[in-house]
Ligand binder design. Structure first.
Ligand code: DLL
Length: 434
């Protein structure tokens, strides 16, 4: 069994709880002192840092939501002066605004350690050649895996996303042994390899590090089979750190959470009540080693199940089951997070259309596709096709630049989209992920 940091990874649970409690106390003190947003929220809840002694006191603390980051956009939730922030990343917000996250030098070091721990648990070592096809940039995927793989001492190929034929050429020529990308892109790569007349024997891949979107065990079997690799699930989210919050070990069962940096809870998404071990509910994370953005009880909206039983691999950390969905309406399309409200905010700018729309998502030849049907209003209904097409084009450009991915736009007749009496149903997701 390979460990990155055996002492911490196999620590007894009582000692782990002690470390978690100490770090929680320290974090709560820091945010109370340095982040007005947190001190206000704690005062409203009638608590001070003195009320938080062990991790059993965690549930006294208020939740943090994605909207809290948006309301304090861009840097209002940082717990340190901006001059000490060495890196910023961002992910989709629920409206036009990005959710901005920051890191100190120490945060970057710990992130690299977390990812190194994850990669090692999947069997990656310094002899590996790691092809990183997650996007580099504001998205945490590329740089997160990059620093972790370098920390392991592997040879990193920072390819970023896109240009599939070049990806295949590089995988072949540089003889990569580890592929890091979204699981759907791994299958798409397999399709394109086949089309180019290549088989898995033309590559040297042995391990896949796949995440950033939900995927099933059946999909894992398919990828493993087609690429001749063992495929591992890596989980994370920008707000908490990025990739490397949790990862499969060699058992490929659940995902080990880096429990000395992140405390996980499962709650009922409706009531907020903490649920007992083994229940399915929404994952909530508290960061206990972060300096720039130590979020407290962050509502991920991801649905999972936790267990504290020691794994067959010997690791004692809390484990989470594969994420099986969300408790909100966020979609992940080609690895990009999309909120229907982002589309709505674009539509509201156009007088020719109504904010009545339907999003159809499907997976065709292992590639996610999205069509958005939008109601035009009577002002253009009887116009020439040319005018309607020109509005479709404008909307396509603006929606693409807002979401970061392309979508087919189709304007439909006024009043043709079904109105709902309760919560509007705006998404039809035909991808059968689970
Ligand atoms: O997707 C970070 C990441 C990059 C994880 C590369 C793994 C690999 P965000 O863009 O902030 O960060 O999106 C976070 O993606 O709340 C989940 O809904 C989803 N997600 C991430 N990993 C997994 C996974 C990155 N392994 C959101 N399984 C999260 C299912 C995942 N969903």
């Amino acid at each position: 069994m390979q460990y990155w940091d055996e002492k911490v990874e196999t620590i007894d649970r009582e000692s782990l709880r002690k470390i978690q409690s100490e770090r929680l106390r320290d974090t709560v003190n820091r945010v109370y002192e340095n982040v007005t947003y947190y001190s206000d929220k704690m005062k409203q809840a009638g608590i001070t840092p003195d009320d938080i002694n062990t991790i059993d006191d965690l549930s006294k603390l208020p939740f943090t939501y994605k909207t809290d980051l948006r309301d304090n956009y861009p840097f209002g939730t940082f717990a340190i002066p901006l001059k000490d922030v060495v890196r910023v990343h961002a992910s989709s917000g629920t409206t036009g605004k990005q959710t901005v996250v920051g890191y100190t030098q120490n945060d970057i070091e710990i992130w690299a350690e977390c990812v190194a721990r994850c990669l090692t648990s999947a069997g990656v070592n310094k002899d590996d050649i790691v092809h990183v096809a997650y996007g580099y940039g504001l998205f945490t995927g590329g740089l997160g895996l990059h620093y972790g793989a370098e920390r392991v001492g592997a040879t990193v190929i920072p390819v970023s996303g896109g240009n599939t034929s070049r990806q295949i050429q590089l995988l072949k020529d540089f003889e990569a042994t580890v592929l890091c990308c979204t699981p759907s892109y791994a299958l798409y790569l397999a399709d394109e390899m086949k089309a180019a007349g290549l088989t898995k024997d033309d590559l040297k891949l042995r391990i896949g590090v796949f995440g950033a979107e939900p995927w099933s065990v059946e999909m894992r079997a398919q990828i493993e089979n087609r690429l001749g690799i063992k495929a591992y699930d890596i989980y994370g989210l920008s707000e908490i750190m990025g990739p490397g919050v949790a990862m499969n070990c060699d058992c490929q069962e659940d995902l080990h959470i880096i429990s000395d940096s992140f405390i996980a809870e499962i709650i009922d998404p409706e009531t907020g009540e903490v649920l007992p071990e083994g229940s399915k509910g929404e994952l909530v994370f508290t960061c206990i080693t972060k300096e720039a953005l130590p979020l407290i009880r962050y509502r991920t909206r991801d649905l999972s199940v936790l267990t504290n039983e020691t794994c067959a691999c010997g690791r004692t950390s809390t484990r989470m089951k594969k994420v099986t969905g969300r408790s909100d309406d966020m979609l992940i399309i080609r690895g990009v997070n999309v909120f229907p409200s982002q589309i709505e905010s674009v539509l509201l700018k156009y007088s020719e259309v109504e904010p009545h729309y339907m999003i159809y998502v499907d997976r065709v030849d292992n590639l996610d596709i999205m069509e958005i049907q939008i109601e035009m209003n009577y002002s253009i209904f009887s116009d020439q096709v040319k005018k309607i097409e020109s509005i479709e084009r404008k909307l396509r450009h603006e929606i693409e630049s807002t979401l970061g991915i392309s979508a087919k736009i189709k304007l439909v007749e006024p009043n043709s989209i079904q109105r709902s009496e309760g919560k509007a149903k705006r998404v039809v997701d035909k991808r059968k992920i689970f």
